[in-house]
Each structure stands twice: as C-alpha cells, then as structure tokens.
Ligand binder design. Structure first.
Ligand SMILES: Nc1ncnc2c1ncn2[C@@H]1O[C@H](COP(=O)(O)OP(=O)(O)OP(=O)(O)O)[C@@H](O)[C@H]1O
Ligand SMILES: [Mg+2]
Length: 308
C-alpha cells in the first residue's frame, strides 16, 4: 500500500476544519491511517497517510473542501532504524574494501619483521628483540581489527577444516601479550571440531583481549578458559576475575560500535557473535564471575541450530 505525504498552506484552514480531518473516519476512500503534522515556521500542514493511490488522497481532501499544494508518493517512509541499518551497511562496505586493501601491505610488514628477527637472531640484544616482538603483535592486532570489520560486514563465508580447540586458542595467543600479573589458564580438555579456525581465532583473540582489559594490564587477576563437550556440542567458557559488567552495559555489549573504552572500536563482540552464528552456534554472557560462554556444534555442516 503506497504512503503519501502532502503539504498545504494553513491559511484558510480553521481549527474546526483541521479537527474534522484528524477525526474523520480513516477508511474514507481507502485511507487506513492518517497523521497530521503542523510546521509552525512554514505555516504548513503535512499529512502522512496510507492510501491505495493518489486519486483517493485528492478525493479525501476535497471532501473537506481542502486543496493540497502537492502530493508526493514515497515507496516507503524510512524509520530511524532503517536509516541506521542503511548507514551501517554503507559503512560496512566501505570499511571492508579498505580493510581488504590493507591486508597486503600488512603482510609485507609482518614477513619483513619475521625475516629480520630470524636473520639477526644471534646479533640482536634482548631489548631490540622485544621491539621486534612488539611490532609483530601490533601487526597481528591490526589484522584482528581488519577481521572484526570484515566479520562484522559478513563478507566472507566459512572455510571449514578440522581443528582442535587448543590449537585455535594457541594461535590466537600469538598476537596477545599476557601481562605479568595476569594468570591465564587454558583448558585441560581438548576437543576437535569442524570449523573455520582463522575466524574462531579472532573470537578468542577478542574475548581474551577484553578479559585482560577488564582486569587491567597493570593489575593482577586470572583468566580461565574451560572447555567441555556434551553430545555433539562443544562449550567453551572464557572467565575473568575483573569487575562485573555493569547492568546498564550488559544488554548493549553485542551492539555494533558500542564501546566503553577510549580507544575501542566496539566491533570486537559483534564480530564474535557473527562468527559464532555463522557456525550455527550461540554466544552469551553472564556476571559473577564475568563469563562468555560459546556453544558450537562439533560439525557445523551436520547441525543447523543449537537449542538450549
Ligand atoms: N570481559 C569483559 N568484562 C567487562 N566488560 C566487557 C568485557 N568484554 C566486553 N566488555 C564490554 O563490552 C564492550 C564492547 O566490547 P567489544 O569487544 O565489542 O569492543 P571494545 O572492546 O570496546 O573495543 P575493541 O574490541 O575494538 O578494542 C566493551 O567496551 C566493554 O564495556
Ligand atoms: Mg574488545
């Protein structure tokens, strides 16, 4: 059903006329919905209505002795939510192109750093060596941010192979420096699953990084990763001893671009959620202690959804 917006001069319209329009039966001429807005600075009346065609709008107005200045039909009136989604989509497309293009120069930097640290291994002092390691982790961090953008924009499909949970966690830890005061406990039990290992690496990278940031790099605390299996579902918990997530923050943490950090993008958790959902899994969070729980099917191709 088309939606029409029209506007007309208020001159000549008495308050009684206006009341008649607003209170008129809406099914006259097939009009099912009518809202009237008065723009004081223009001294104009605007209506938004649902009608089968323009003709019905003219007739509806004529029946009250009113003449419209114009009638414009619009296919759909966009809501604030539609506009937000559209903006995110454009942003996503732009960001994914940019991110994609950044990957090549980044891999050149990473290869050069790796090559130099191998070549000069015996000639470099510990200080320079640590600087190489920092450069390496920074490049990995940039790659993870790029992955967040690409995963948020959901531009890539899964590349499925067999992996074990511990090898995915180990790979994600390559890009993270665990601060001295923080103890990381990795799962005792290991399980294999069919998944996109590179994408799940991004999930653990984000969850562990968030856990470190929650405890605070200069504080002491613990991060426990637990892994268990029930039937064909693998459950992984990432717990940290940092302060609980405030009640007003908790419902927003998976929202794109939501962050409470000065330098956060707010794409980490939305990207994790997209990746887990692409695997037909579930990610959820609770406090006391702060725990992110992931449920993943052992074989994404055999299970299309998890019910809990
Ligand atoms: N383990 C956690 N403990 C407490 N709060 C958390 C934890 N993980 C996430 N949050 C909250 O959720 C918000 C969103 O997290 P998300 O990873 O999406 O973005 P970010 O960490 O702020 O930015 P980025 O991931 O780009 O560094 C965080 O800003 C923080 O407020
Ligand atoms: Mg984060």
């Amino acid at each position: 059903m088309p939606i029409f917006i029209d506007g007309h001069n208020m001159r000549g319209i008495s308050p009684t006329d206006l009341e008649k329009i607003v209170n008129s039966p809406k099914d006259n001429f097939g009009i099912t919905h009518l809202e009237v807005f008065y723009n004081e600075s223009e001294d104009k009346l605007y209506c938004v209505l649902d009608a089968p065609d323009e003709e019905s709008v003219w007739k509806h107005h004529e029946s009250f002795g009113l003449k419209c200045e114009f009638i414009t039909s619009v296919k759909q009136i966009k809501t604030a939510k539609d506009l937000k989604e559209e903006k995110f989509q454009i942003l996503g497309e732009f960001a994914s192109q940019l991110s994609h293009d950044l990957r090549n120069p980044l891999s050149i930097i990473k290869n050069s750093v790796d090559m130099m640290s191998i070549k000069y291994k015996d000639k470099l002092n510990a200080d320079i060596f640590e600087n190489f390691a920092k450069m390496d982790r920074s490049v990995i961090r940039m790659n993870m941010l790029i992955s967040d953008v690409l995963n948020y924009a959901r531009t890539q499909s899964l590349i499925l192979e067999k992996y074990s949970i511990s090898e995915i966690i180990q790979a994600s830890l390559e890009g993270i420096k665990i601060p001295d005061g923080i103890k990381l406990v990795i799962p005792e039990h290991d399980f294999s699953l069919k998944c996109d290992g590179t994408k799940l690496q991004v999930v653990f990278y984000n969850l562990i990084t968030n856990a470190i940031q929650s405890i605070g790099e200069n504080n002491s605390g613990e991060i426990h990763i637990l892994c268990m299996k029930k039937d064909d579902i693998i459950q992984i918990d990432v717990q940290n001893s940092g302060p609980p997530i405030p009640d007003e923050v908790l419902p927003k943490i998976f929202e794109p671009l939501f962050t409470t950090k000065d330098h956060g993008t707010g794409l980490g958790l939305p990207s994790c959620k997209n990746i887990i959902e692409q695997h037909h899994g579930i990610i959820r969070v609770k406090n006391n202690p702060t725990t992110f729980t992931i449920l993943l099917p052992k074989d994404v191709e055999k299970l299309s959804s998890i019910t809990v």
